[in-house]
Design a protein around this ligand. Structure first.
Ligand code: MRU
Length: 365
């Protein structure tokens, strides 16, 4: 996708260098950082220079390759796996990518490991782009159906939460892929962007992306969704997910569950868009079993923004002594999810729905 006139993926290589955008600086500054080794790749994920489930997985795959370049021993492979796995707990694409690389290179002779891991990381990135594009095609059909019932020129209003856009994947995004395709094909679409406290990925990243692509959008506070839905202003919710269970429970950024409740109360269809790599086939009950990341309290007690003089600063919004809890994700039970938009089609959020599209993966659990 474009930033200004330049085409970007969220992660790419230049020669032997892995490059990413430091997303903590967006939308105020576009800073590209190089990841020379395992430690930097792990730091990029843990400190959220890169974030979003598929991009976390892609960065971890390159992290394994970088580690093996310096030392291709079994001990180094195990250490890289553990180091990267410990960076963030909720997005399952992290484990998926690490398992894939470990499985592919672990059986190779040492001298072949680094090159094979590098190639596989590139393959994981290319696959992600193709997968998201297909998610876009499959989700587009839902937008087209709603558009057909509208008056000419009247937009389809989509509400989204957090950033499940191209910055959260390698390209296209998951929740945004149908939106980008609809816009590109001349369907009038407008997006309500939840700001997504505490880190404001909606305000800082989704609004940035949509603006760069020319997609009409409106930023709203996190609590506005229910009101918008009560007044018929939302046709469809599409969110991403960090981990979806084999039974269709959807774990995503904190606040997603409340949007799904409001959608159910107002008869608004609520979809999660995801690649198969985001399904955790080993988990059935998302509320009980998915580990929910808890982050530092300063993300809640402070907000970060640019002042009128162009200086980025962090300001406190609560008394210094107020205790803070910072749960980063929540789980929306499958019963509140209208459907899952995947690369193989749209299915019910259920074990039967997922197994229908991915029989070979469902069978393995
Ligand atoms: O904490 P983040 O920014 O990594 O959370 C990201 C999300 O919750 C996304 O919606 C999810 O990873 C899906 S990304 C396609």
């Amino acid at each position: 996708m474009k930033i200004g006139e330049r085409d970007f993926r969220s992660i790419w290589t230049e020669g032997d260098d892995v490059r990413v955008i430091d997303q903590t600086k967006l939308p105020h500054a576009l800073e590209i950082v190089s990841l020379p080794g395992l430690d930097e790749a792990a730091r990029a994920i843990a400190d959220m220079w890169v974030r979003g489930a598929p991009l976390i997985g892609a960065t971890a795959a390159y992290g394994m390759a970088l580690a093996l370049r310096r030392d291709a021993s079994d001990a180094s492979l195990a250490n890289a796996y553990e180091t990267l796995h410990a960076t963030r707990p909720t997005a399952i694409n992290l484990r998926w990518a690490l398992d894939r690389v470990r499985h592919a290179v672990g059986k190779l002779p040492r001298q072949a490991r680094a090159e094979a891991a590098w190639r596989l990381a590139a393959e994981i990135c290319d696959e992600d782009v193709a997968t998201n594009r297909q998610i876009g095609e499959n989700g587009l059909a839902l937008i087209e159906t709603i558009a057909r019932a509208k008056k000419p020129g009247e937009p389809v209003n989509v509400l989204t939460h957090c950033n499940a856009g191209w910055l959260a994947t390698v390209d296209w995004g998951t929740a945004t892929a149908p939106i980008y395709l609809a816009h590109d094909r001349g369907i009038a679409v407008h997006v309500y962007v939840d700001e997504t406290r505490p880190r404001n990925q909606g305000a800082g990243l989704t609004a940035f992306e949509l603006g760069n692509h020319g997609v009409p959008h409106t930023l709203v506070v996190d609590n506005a969704g229910g009101h918008l839905m009560q007044h018929g202003l939302v046709d469809l919710c599409i969110v991403g997910t960090d981990r979806t269970t084999a039974e269709g429970d959807v774990c995503n950024k904190i606040g997603t569950y409340l949007k799904a409740l409001a959608a159910a109360d107002n008869g608004v269809p609520f979809y999660a868009a995801l690649p198969a790599s985001t399904v955790d086939w080993t988990v059935r009950d998302g509320v009980a079993e998915i580990p929910i990341e808890q982050r530092g309290g300063e993300e809640v007690s402070h907000v970060l923004g640019m002042n009128d003089h162009g200086v980025v600063e962090r300001v406190r919004i609560s008394p210094e002594t107020t205790p803070v809890a910072n749960y980063a994700f929540d789980v929306t039970p499958a019963r509140l999810v209208t459907g899952l938009i995947t690369e193989r089609g749209v299915c019910d959020a259920s074990a039967i729905g997922l197994a229908g599209l991915f029989p070979e993966l469902a069978r393995r659990r």
